[in-house]
Each structure stands twice: as C-alpha cells, then as structure tokens.
Design a protein around this ligand. Sequence first.
Ligand code: SF4
Length: 330
Amino acid sequence: MKQFTYIRATSVDDAVAACAAHRDAKFLGGGTNLVDLMKMGVEQPLHVIDITRVPLNKIEEHAGGVRIGALVPNSDAANHALIRERYPVLTEALLAGASPQLRNMATMGGNLMQRTRCYYFYDPTYAECNKRVPGSGCAALLGVNRLHAILGASPACIATHPSDMCVALAALEAVVQVQGPRGPRSIPMAEFHRLPGNTPQIDTNLQPGEMITAIDLPGLTFGRRAHYLKVRDRNSYAFALVSVAAVLDLDNQGTIREARIALGGVAHKPWRVPAAERSLQGQKAGEAAYTAAARRILAGAKGYSGNSFKIPLAERAIVRALNVAASKQV
Ligand code: SF4
C-alpha cells in the first residue's frame, strides 16, 4: 500500500477544512471499500481523513420524513424502527447487501460512494480500464462482462453501480445532504451518481472537498406497499445481476395511484424511467400493466457478450417485484 498521512477530524467543519488544506485527500468512514481499494493500489490518496469521530450517527424524524446521519452503520439503519415502519424497501435493500459483518462497519455515506465491482477496475495488472486509468480503454467491452450494464453505458465504460441501498434510495426519492468549502447543499438521489459518458473515472456529482453529512427520506404515505428484489448468482454475499426496488400506491379498487420502480445491477447508477412509472397511473394493478411498464423501462437496453440475459431477467424481475409489492397488506 502506498504511504499516506492520517488525519482525524472530530467535526464536519474540521473534516471539510482538512480536505481543503490537503491535495488528494479521501474521507474514511467504515473503510469497507476504500481500504480494499488502497490495498490493491487502485486508490492511492496522499491523505486519509478519518471522519468516524464526527457526530453524524443519528436517525431522526425530519421535515415530515426521516434524516439518517452519514455515519450510521448500514445495519443500524436497516433495523431502526422508523425505517422498518415507514420505508421497508430500504430495510430490505440494506439487508440484501454484503454480509452482517460488513453491514456493521459500512456507513450510509460510504455506501453512496461505493465504487464499481468491475473485475478489471480492481486489478491493476490489467492495463485497460478507463475508470482506473482514464484513456486506457475498457477491457470489459470484449472481456468478462456478466455483471455489467445494459442501460446508460458508453463505449468508455460499461460498469454498474454495486449498491443495493442506493436503488431503494432512488425509489424513495431521497436527498443527499453534503457540506463543502462553499457550504452545505442538497443533491436529489437522481442527480447524485453519474452515467459514465467520456469521464467514467467520475462516479458522482460531488464537488471537490464535499462530504456527505446525511440522507433525507421524504415523508411518503405509501412506503409500506414495497419490495426489494435482488437476483444474484448466490443467495448471500453477492452483487446484484439485476435488482428492483418497487413502491406502489393503490386505491381500494386496486387501481394504481403512483408507482416507483428503480433498477440496480443494470447501469452506472440506479435506473429509473419516470415516464414508465407515470404510465402505470390509473391502471389496474396486475401483470399486463407491469409488463408494459417493464418493457418501457428496458427500451434501449443493450447487452454485451456475457450479459444479454439481463434484459429478459430484468423484465421478469420488475413484474415480480411489483406483484410482491402489491400483495403487501398496509
Ligand atoms: Fe474499467 Fe468501466 Fe471498462 Fe470496467 S467497464 S474495465 S470499470 S472502464
């Protein structure tokens, strides 16, 4: 591992100031992704700012919804009464991720910052990876790409975002609170992560020196009719081939008032198609409507040598997730 200086911050202001004062610094929370990447030589920060003593570990009611501090462990958020009661799709998504040990260490802010699990990105012996070495090419285009994107990819990168949590946050229209050298600002989930385009090395729309302080979940009257479905190669400790966060608002006759559908494992960011969700409004809940919406979401999907199976798999997963969500008693 390349040598770095270690700085401990005890407040948000300290952490932001330390980052502004040191070129090429990274914030360290649970370290479940960053430390691995540093050991492999993929991330080589000159300075590591430990933010684990910064008091950002509360879950509390806020503005009609719930605010989750950036340093709350994934396991605490998953099991908190407010989250279980009001946003069960987030609990399901968090518990589908990683392993119990990792969920105890990983923070909510760190989960947002997870980097892709593309094999070529993690292995510096491969020369071609535009995300690791901009301009070097993309080994996955003609290589092993079973886990890779079918939507929103570019010739520069076909990686997927690995998080389960972020898929649920997208469906819930969460807002990420950050603080940086220019003060605090809010970033809607839909704008937090980026598509690869020509700059796949940049995963998010955070500005230099900005630190995540909290995740806000808006008040939602229909959050209980929801389901997170994760399809993966084994039933535990595996990244999603395809995942779906589905949230439905139905009236007493079973007509859809509102639908939220976010996909994971298929793109460089959680994938939503608002027009497809709107097309469900006023329709009778059922497979015909769900299938039409799924096809609309997947219009334009493109498979590569090893992952074309994801297109029909995603269609079936969307229908199943909506069916399960609709069956929930609220
Ligand atoms: Fe690198 Fe992206 Fe290509 Fe993977 S898909 S090798 S992360 S450029």
